[in-house]
Ligand binder design. Sequence first.
Ligand code: HEM
Length: 109
Amino acid sequence: MNVRLYVLQRATAAIMAPLVIGHLIVIFYATSRGLSAGDILGRTRGSVGWGLFYGVFVLAVAIHGAIGLRGILAEWTPLKSKGALDALMWLFGLTLAALGLRAVMAVVL
Ligand code: HEM
């Protein structure tokens, strides 16, 4: 794996770690107060802060997961061509990013 992908995978892991903790805190807060879906949407709709929080989270997951999957495919499948591995990495990463950002838009817009 080239150095850029190696660094990007670790950098995105470092970004995700505090975001996971933040997300868990949000889940505990919402469930302990018995917030309904409507209450939650009332807080997230129009919020630049939550949009940024979950938007960054989604992009970090998409980059991290796609690079990780590329490594697994290179190691565990007969696929050795750099072009094919890169193409699948981009396909998976862009799909994750599109699905995730669509979900973020659904709760923020
Ligand atoms: C806080 C969250 C996360 C942290 C701290 C984290 C951290 C890491 C680290 C340190 C590695 C090892 C890289 C290596 O040694 O080559 C790794 C690998 C990987 N991660 Fe994550 N990760 C997180 C979330 C995720 C998520 C959400 C996904 C899926 C979308 C994911 C998918 C993968 C994959 C596929 C690998 C490659 C495994 C392999 O090469 O055997 N990770 N992660």
